[in-house]
Design a protein around this ligand. Structure first.
Ligand code: GRF
Length: 216
């Protein structure tokens, strides 16, 4: 893993920050970032979208926006380590300032984090540290919590364990299904992602242990 502060505090400059977004599915978080980046005042541009599977709406959204894409399925590699190294190399080819994992359903490995640790963020549809993993909304519903939400964090080697950048609370309604709860969370998640990424690239940020500070 990189030094805790490496790459985590960006010098302010006139050029928009370069974002690479990683997706595995519908890409509504990606779309929210694409829409935000249309305003030059936002301070960022999506330079490439990477995926671990072909044929997903997230890739179609990127293609419609004229953005470079790459697809690296794990099964195309002899080992998880080789896949991770290839993901790192391909991502590095786009020279991102910040990597945004937005619904990317794979754990990033040691090669990727050695290069992009401290400047890779992920969004999770639960209030960490509760309900990590791929079943966040289902686990929250099963547990019976009255409030759940979403968490934006700096990716580390764990499952949804990284230092928290932002969180938004979302109420759980009595008649919620996994789908209705997840959709309500995703509305909050997109707003949190757009707001927070914008502030990170415009104001800079620092990761100090488990504390993340945006701005100087
Ligand atoms: C989001 O809720 C994300 O946190 C979770 O999967 C969802 C992806 O949604 N891991 P989308 O692909 O951005 O629409």
């Amino acid at each position: 893993m990189a030094e805790p502060s490496a790459g985590s505090s960006r010098e302010l400059s006139a050029a928009p920050a370069r974002l690479v977004v990683l997706v595995s599915g519908s890409g509504t978080n990606l779309q929210a970032l694409l829409d935000a980046c249309a305003d030059p005042a936002y301070g960022a541009e999506v330079v490439a979208v990477g995926a671990d599977r072909p044929g997903i709406e997230g890739l179609a959204r990127a293609e419609r926006a004229g953005i470079a894409t790459y697809v690296l399925p794990v099964k195309d590699f002899a080992s998880r380590e080789e896949w991770d190294a290839a993901l790192m190399e391909t991502t590095a080819g786009h020279a991102p300032d910040l990597v945004v994992s937005a619904g990317f359903m794979k754990l990033l490995g040691p090669s990727f984090l050695a290069r992009f640790g401290g400047r890779t963020i992920n969004t999770h549809p639960a209030l960490s540290p509760a309900f990590p993993g791929t079943r966040g909304p289902a686990d929250a519903l099963e547990y019976g919590v009255k409030v759940s939400g979403c968490t934006l964090f700096v990716v580390d080697e764990g499952v949804d364990t990284g230092a928290i950048v932002a969180q938004t609370a979302v109420p759980v309604e009595d008649d919620d299904t996994v789908e209705t709860l997840h959709e309500r969370i995703k509305v909050a998640e997109r707003a949190m992602l757009v707001d927070t990424v914008g502030r990170m690239v415009r104001e800079g940020f620092a990761v100090e242990g488990r504390r993340v500070r945006i701005g100087r």
